[in-house]
Design a protein. Structure first.
Length: 71
């Protein structure tokens, strides 16, 4: 994912009380791929995406972005 989406995902985790930091895969290429790490430096991108992904597939969401519970 790009830097904007990674930062957005990390911010959502922080709002939910979970640690998350957006990190570039290659420090020399800030326009490249980004991940989300926890406080211990582990890649939690997949787990974070699953946490904000809607679980009810009967109502597909059109477009891009994240759903924020309670918004």
């Amino acid at each position: 994912m790009d830097a904007f989406r990674a930062r957005q995902l990390a911010r959502l985790l922080n709002l939910c009380g979970r640690p998350g930091t957006a990190v570039a895969v290659d420090d020399g290429d800030p326009a490249g791929e980004w991940l989300v790490h926890d406080d211990e430096g582990r890649d939690i991108t997949g787990e974070a995406l699953a946490a904000v992904r809607p679980s009810d597939r009967r109502y597909p969401v059109q477009g891009r972005g994240f759903l924020v519970p309670g918004s």
